[in-house]
Design a protein. Structure first.
Length: 201
């Protein structure tokens, strides 16, 4: 009896995992635009230090997105389909680079890119914290990411977890997710504020 229960549990968990991969594929195929609020927790490699931040996220496929951090400091990351701009309000400084150089196998490509499975190998991961997780492994050998996971609650994107090449862990928890909502084109355009410095890479 115990063996069959274990087998059934494994079978059911396998079904849940497959659903998470399908949820990501459906998200990449069917959700053309979206917006959400997020909280981000960055944990140091030794697990002892944590930094919290929050803001909003908007995207429109292909390759347009806007991350606007509001706490604890203001920073905006905007991609217009051609370039990525990062503006730090405290420094009053912006930097820009070509999207093709910046995007690649990055978390933003996973959320707003046009061809997820070209850049990532997808694999079901263990369900945890009430979410079904998908492991997305960058296909580019030079990627600076150790691991990247997306968490879904049913068909809804709920979280993203990134471990960078130094072992630093970033977790974004999304809330108030709205899929396929109209987003004004100017949200994906960056205008350099008066007096701000621009560094082009």
């Amino acid at each position: 009896m115990k063996q069959s229960l274990i087998a059934l549990t494994l079978l059911l968990s396998g079904v849940a995992h497959a659903d998470a991969v399908d949820a990501l594929r459906d998200f990449a195929r069917d959700v053309k635009s979206g917006k959400a609020a997020f909280t981000q927790t960055v944990t140091s490699p030794d697990g002892k230090r944590k930094k919290l931040s929050s803001g909003s996220f908007e995207f429109q496929r292909p390759n347009q997105f806007r991350f606007a951090y509001t706490k604890p400091f203001e920073q905006v990351i905007v991609a217009d389909g051609q370039k990525v701009w990062i503006f730090d309000a405290d420094l009053n400084q912006a930097s820009s680079r070509k999207l093709s150089d910046a995007l690649g196998a990055t978390p933003a490509a996973l959320l707003a890119g046009s061809n997820v499975e070209r850049d990532f190998a997808l694999k079901a991961a263990a369900s945890e914290g009430g979410l079904d997780w998908v492991q997305a492994s960058p296909k580019q050998a030079e990627s600076t990411i150790q691991s990247l996971k997306l968490g879904f609650k049913g068909k809804t994107l709920a979280a993203m977890e990134i471990v960078d090449g130094f072992g630093q862990r970033s977790r974004l928890d999304f809330s108030a997710v709205q899929a396929n909502v109209p987003i004004a084109a100017e949200r994906f355009q960056f205008k350099l504020p008066a007096g701000a410095d621009l560094i082009e890479q």
